[in-house]
Design a protein around this ligand. Structure first.
Ligand SMILES: [Zn+2]
Length: 141
């Protein structure tokens, strides 16, 4: 593909790319709200668990069954929180294709949707270090 064609296609797809970028930011902020809510729920469970243990000690009772329930509930919430945080990381590490706006994994050489070669500022800034990696990865393709 020629440079001129590249430029024209870049201009045509700019709106789509901006749209996808905004979409990604909305997704990330939604996930952050979700993560904050989960953190709040986890904090409440810890507090309730602490109160339960405190009350039990005061009353000289054995709360084992209830403690297990709280521990399980906290584990479930922590797992959900991990999943949300992982989604946030995946979204943050994606590289938007300049042509079609597809979100590609960080470090991807070609767009997984349209196949265009993705350009990186890092490669341009360090021309001495980049070519070796780029070449060896192209041979794999
Ligand atoms: Zn693409």
């Amino acid at each position: 593909m020629g440079v001129l064609e590249d430029v024209v296609m870049n201009a045509k797809s700019a709106a789509t790319t901006v749209g996808k970028h905004a979409e990604r930011l909305v997704d990330i902020s939604k996930l952050r709200v979700n993560a904050a809510e989960l953190n709040g729920e986890i904090a409440k469970k810890y507090e309730a668990l602490g109160r339960l243990v405190y009350d039990s000690v005061k009353a000289d009772a054995r709360p084992e069954g209830l403690v297990d329930e709280y521990v399980e509930a906290i584990d479930v919430l922590c797992k959900k929180l991990d999943e949300v945080n992982e989604k946030i990381n995946i979204l943050r590490n994606k590289t938007a294709c300049p042509i079609c706006g597809e979100q590609n994994a960080e470090g991807a050489i070609f767009c997984s949707h349209c196949g265009v070669k993705l350009k990186y500022n890092d490669a341009a800034a360090e021309p001495d270090a980049a070519p070796e990696t780029a070449q060896s990865e192209e041979q794999v393709q």
